[in-house]
Design a protein around this ligand. Sequence first.
Ligand SMILES: [Zn+2]
Length: 572
Amino acid sequence: MARHLITSAIPYINGIKHLGNLVGSQLPADLYARYLRARGDEVMFLCATDEHGTPAELAAAKAGKPVDEFCREMHAVQSEIADGFRLSFDHFGRSSSPQNHRLTQHFAGRLADAGLIREVSEKQVYSNADGRFLPDRYIEGTCPNCGYDKARGDQCENCTKQLDPTDLIDPRSAISGSTDLEVRETKHLYLRQSDMRGKLQEWIDSKTDWPVLTTSIAKKWLNDGDGLQDRGITRDLDWGIPVKKGTEDWPGMEGKVFYVWFDAPIEYIACAGEWAEANGKTNADWERWWRTDKGADDVRYTQFMGKDNVPFHTLSFPATILGSGEPWKLVDYIKSFNYLNYDGGQFSTSQGRGVFMDQALEILPADYWRWWLLSHAPESSDSEFTWENFQGSVNKDLADVLGNFASRVTKFCRSKFGEEVPDGGTPGDREAQLSAALDSGLAEYQAHMDAIEIRKAANALRALWVLGNEYLQDAAPWATFKEDPQTAAMQIRTALNLIRFYAVISSPFIPDASAQLLTAMHSENATWPTDAASALSALQVGHAFSVPDVTFRKITDEERESWQERFSGTRD
Ligand SMILES: [Zn+2]
């Protein structure tokens, strides 16, 4: 039994994510986890909320809540929505967990011992009214270049000029609006990523099977300009993981926390510790997934993320792991995604443009979204959500092809033979051809799933559904029945078994519909098929079934138009 560790990029805590975020990491990771479990592999699938940093503090302040309480509540909200989409995490953790505190401090200590951390004195803007240092983007003022009066300390949005906060005319705090600002000297820790460049280059060069999207981004950051830069790993904030060297205090770093980019990926590891604690397991139980000296040397580790997260996962996090000098599991395969656009533009969290995860579940069950998003995953290029395409895909693939097949077959059987698998007839050439086509289609589907080629896998699955429809059309049991009821019984027996076969192999994409079809077929046997011939005789003569409720309904033109209007901007 193969062992698979799977992580999805961890969503930021400050709000509900849109469908573009979902298809860029969590959903394809879930598809892969479900597939591998269905094939009988051992899977550890982890995700968490990313809870530190200034945006979380500001969102909490806006909500009028202490930041820890805000994060606890938002974690519960995101967790419930993840359940709604049937994301089958073994654990959905929190980067603010005690486990992540300990582990982040541990890694910082190891890196310091290895000489990979240096102290840097910096000048930073301090707001007396806010009682805190302000990150560059939380300082506003007038652009010296174009005169725009809402330029940010890192960049002017109007003329795109890169700025330093000290360039701004009449600078003020974006938090309080206060102009009582001063420049203070403060010390920060930097991870010497530049010293790790050779090691990282060698490691990335060894990954010859990675998607081009992943390696090209990594190599660009390694080699462009002056090459990989050292990066600050601390911040002057209240909310975060206090800077410590392992369990020891870090002189000069009192009152500072680790920068969110440093602690967030470490949560992938800490999350396994949270899983162990939540399930009454031991340290050895989670370490066998993460420590190659404690059983993880046979684990295959796959990460899922949007392309914007690739630099952190190919360079920064590996620099932390390699730099620690400890035998932690490094990623084996990174599956990265382009962006999903929305109806002629972009999804926008700030403008409320596009469909957000909670809204999606209000209007249709999870499987409708799962199918469309996965079958249109932005793999080789950006892809676009349009309501016309969504309606067309749901109505055709799910309602006409799969749902209608199950409905026609079960209803016809009930009316002519009753609600059990009918006896009579012998399979002939047509069934042999069907069986051969299913075998080759299944092999193709599995090959794409194994390679995490998601659109190709969806196409192969759809083609398998189509084979059943073509068989039914060709065999036409409703016509056969008039002349030769025995042969019609055999055809229906074949088709009833196809419903069960489809339920099993479709479960990674559409788990609820699959479960519903298996229940209708009174089958508790969801074992992944080894070949079509045995799958087509799994339900034996006399096996009872029920006619399923409508598995998928069609989306009407009126619905499509009203949703298009509702989600065009400004979230309600
Ligand atoms: Zn400007």
